[in-house]
Design a protein around this ligand. Structure first.
Ligand code: ADP
Ligand code: MG
Length: 616
């Protein structure tokens, strides 16, 4: 057989290598900004267009390159940062693999302008798909400007794989956050499609966090600090009461490099255990300084996954340091581990007055008289999940039933399908019986036997169809708030809310100001209690962060799903008979009854036959 092995030409090898280094525009931003940091820049500008697909430019005032270096920097394995393999364990730079520029030049149009302090004139190099188009001497300021245009122009498959400009933009913002947080002493400017997004003058770490995530962040931060032989820890955690539904603000930096570490993340969760609401995530900005020889950064091309020599010790130190800060800054009841935790009052309740339970009895209430019981009637049976729900479980003190919530289910049922309910009211109430099993299932009888309905999924389905309908026909009913709600979010989160604002309005939210770090809400859908708004917004942001819908239909769909998920009756909630009947009716008035919006089975039927067979 003839020989078949061939060496790949350089440009092909570079394109393949580029696949590892450059996944999307944000990867280019990361590499270029890191090069600027390594060059000792004190000012860095990032300019992008169309989510970085058409243009990414990074301008720095760093040390620049000589003409020869400028040309060499685009070769694969060309680096000024290490010389031998051992240097990998004494790294003080972001880069070291010498492949970023070669990779980027292989898959884009690149223009570099650079000049060193000593040189009189600078160098301009143009490269397209690894081919040097031109190199000339030019007048230039000290530093380097890298211009990357038309990413993946020569690999259409990769280009098609890119997400919408919006999504790519968000990835770039994430990357920008990471690098600018890792280097607060460097000043950064960020321009997107001609308008400025961030102007961050040189600052300390705390102020940098506030510059990025908004003024209101400042009061949330609690300092963390520990100095041991293994690691020096510094930074901030957010107070437990500000834990969010979204995971946005969680940052680890190891030797000024953003890293991902599920293991250390777990240590932090451990420290916060019992202090935050289930389903919420603590925010943190933690710097870890270790000996360069005790950390391996070269286990992944993007260098965000690293390996520490002594991870177990690091875990333990981090966890106790965070715990200590939570205690020291009085955000945790006690650090006395000998004490019986069961006797402790959760910190939020320490200074809280006990609510006197209020029972309002409506003597004129007659369940057979009207579909909707009068507002204010509190039977104490039906409790719907609300922001307060978890607190109730926690403390067991607050037994006042929220009358507003009580009326929620009834009300929405009326809206969804009052006609059906009215028509069949007689029949349902006289012929079928409902029963709640283990605060989870509603059992009702049908001609052939019985139906066991999962209450949570059924309600999700009902709400989902209702919201979807509201969005499509745009006629949601909203209730005006007496005092507009002011909620604070980071600029990134605000931009997500802006993206979905239009659809949120169609379900009944009314927005006032939607600016840099805050959102004003003037009206909410009738189904939504004021106290639930923050939670809903956080859930929405979190869902949209994780999965960005491609078109407006999927955006509506996702919005309806999130609202249904958040507002639905949960497992563990007692429903009175009236609410049970409503839910059953509402469910069977839906277009699709068998599956929840998340494709889970809503109910099962057990026929008389099935039961008979069991008795054989
Ligand atoms: P690495 O950063 O891993 O060394 P790169 O391909 O990113 O590899 O860069 C190659 C070389 O080009 C660097 O080692 C550095 O010497 C030089 N270089 C790249 N960007 C800049 C810059 N903005 N300023 C000065 N030198 C730079
Ligand atoms: Mg580099």
């Amino acid at each position: 057989m003839a020989d078949i092995i061939r060496l790949l030409p350089d440009h092909v090898a570079n394109q393949i290598a580029a696949g590892e280094v450059v996944q999307r525009p944000a990867s280019v931003v990361k590499e270029l900004m890191e090069n600027a940091i390594d060059a000792g820049a004190t000012e860095i500008q990032l300019i992008i267009k169309d989510g970085g697909k058409t243009l990414i430019q990074v301008v720095d005032n760093g040390k620049g390159m000589s003409g020869t270096d400028a040309r060499l920097s685009f070769e694969r394995h060309a680096t000024s940062k290490i010389q031998k393999a051992e240097d990998l364990f004494n790294l003080h730079t972001k880069g070291f693999r010498g492949e970023a520029l070669a990779s980027i030049a292989a898959i884009a149009h690149v223009e570099m302008l650079t000049k060193t302090e000593e040189d009189e004139i600078g160098t301009k190099i143009k490269i397209e798909g690894s081919k040097v188009v031109s190199q000339e001497v030019v007048v230039a300021p000290k530093g380097t400007s890298m211009l990357v245009k038309n990413l993946f122009f020569n690999i259409p498959a990769r280009r098609n794989f890119l997400k919408s400009d919006q999504v790519e933009y968000r990835h770039i913002v994430d990357e920008f956050h990471r690098i600018s947080l890792a280097h607060p002493q460097v000043s950064f400017n960020f321009y997107n499609n001609g308008s400025d997004v961030f102007q961050l003058p040189s600052n300390d770490f705390r102020k940098r966090i506030v510059q990025i995530f908004g003024r209101k962040t400042d009061e949330k931060l609690v300092p963390v600090s520990e100095d041991t032989q293994v690691v020096k820890i510094s930074g901030f955690i957010q107070k437990p009461e500000f834990a969010k539904k979204s995971r946005g603000e969680q940052f680890f930096f190891a030797n000024n490099r953003f890293i991902k570490s599920p293991y250390l993340h777990h240590a932090i969760l451990g420290a916060f255990e019992g202090l935050i609401r289930p389903g919420t995530h603590p925010g943190y900005f933690i710097n870890l300084e270790v000996e360069p020889s005790t950390i391996d950064i070269n286990i992944h091309p993007t260098k965000t996954e690293v390996k520490f020599d002594d991870e177990h010790t690091l875990y333990a130190i981090l966890k106790s340091t965070v715990k200590h800060s939570l205690g020291q800054f009085n955000v945790m009841p006690s650090l006395d581990f000998e004490q019986d935790q069961n006797l402790e009052t959760p910190y939020e309740y320490k200074n809280k007055q006990v609510d006197i339970p209020q029972v309002v009895v409506d003597s004129s209430f007659n369940p057979f008289e009207a579909v909707k019981p009068p507002k204010g009637n509190s039977t104490g049976h039906y409790s719907k999940s609300s922001a307060k729900g978890w607190e109730n479980m926690y403390v067991g003190l607050d037994i006042a039933v929220e009358t507003d919530n009580h009326s929620n289910l009834e009300f929405e049922s009326e809206i969804v399908n009052s006609s059906i309910f009215d028509d069949e009211k007689e029949e349902v109430e006289t012929t079928s019986t409902t029963f709640q099993l283990r605060k989870k299932y509603i059992i009702t009888t049908i001609k052939s036997g019985m139906v066991v309905i999962n209450q949570n999924r059924a309600h999700q389905r009902v709400l989902y169809e209702k919201f979807l309908k509201n969005i499509t026909i745009k006629e949601a009913v909203s209730q005006q708030l007496l005092f507009p709600l002011s909620l604070s979010f980071s600029p990134g989160e605000v931009s997500i809310l802006k993206d979905i604002k239009e659809n949120l309005c169609t379900v009944g939210f009314v927005f006032g100001d939607l600016n840099g770090d805050g959102v004003e809400i003037k009206g909410v859908p009738v189904l939504v209690a004021e106290s639930e708004v923050q939670m809903i917004m956080e859930q929405l942001i979190s869902d949209f962060q994780q999965e960005v819908p491609g078109d407006s239909f999927s955006q509506s769909d996702m919005l309806a799903k999130t609202l249904a998920k958040t507002l639905s009756v949960k497992t563990g909630e007692t429903l009175d008979e009236f609410s049970q009947v409503k839910l059953v009716n509402d469910l069977f008035a839906c277009k699709e009854t068998t599956l929840s919006p998340f494709n889970r089975r809503v109910y099962i039927t057990i026929t008389e036959n099935d039961i008979d067979r069991k008795f054989i």
